[in-house]
Design a protein around this ligand. Structure first.
Ligand SMILES: [Fe+2]
Length: 145
């Protein structure tokens, strides 16, 4: 998840290169900015759980998921929304994880409470991101999740 957030943050670098309507750019900026924040939150918990921060692209995923060259803004947001949903589902899974697992990761009860609160916020943000993307795609596509 850390890696996905980092890639999303990189979307910001496309802003200057794309000819988009202002509304599209604004949306991209929100997504990129929030992903930056999310990356820091995920990083904080990886550190607390003493899990190494991934430096490489996880296996089975392309090196850069966001190559927007030559795409229309609809295509771009259709691409992004898949990862917003992926992120949201991953955070939901973590939030619903067995409490035994969470206890193994975080001994301190305050940490556990904060961890679950952070996940709740991440899930909310990703829900918001998904609807931002859908709005930019126009016409609500049906997505199963
Ligand atoms: Fe997001």
């Amino acid at each position: 998840m850390y890696w996905v957030e980092m890639e999303m943050e990189q979307m910001g670098t496309w802003e200057g290169r794309l000819e988009m309507m202002d509304e599209n750019l604004e949306a991209l900026e929100i997504l990129s900015h929030d992903s930056d924040k999310h990356g820091s939150i995920v990083e904080k918990w990886l550190r607390k759980a003493a899990i190494a921060i991934p430096e490489d692209t996880p296996k089975g995923l392309p090196k850069h998921i966001f190559d927007f060259e030559g795409l229309t803004s609809q295509e771009i947001f259709s691409k992004i929304v898949k990862y917003e949903i992926l992120a949201m589902n991953a955070y939901k899974d973590m939030k619903n994880a067995d409490s035994d697992v969470i206890i193994t990761l975080f001994e301190d009860e305050n940490d556990r409470t904060e961890f679950l609160e952070d996940l709740g916020q991440l899930i909310k943000d990703e829900e918001k991101h998904t609807s931002i993307c859908n709005k930019q795609i126009g016409g609500y596509m049906k997505i199963k999740y």
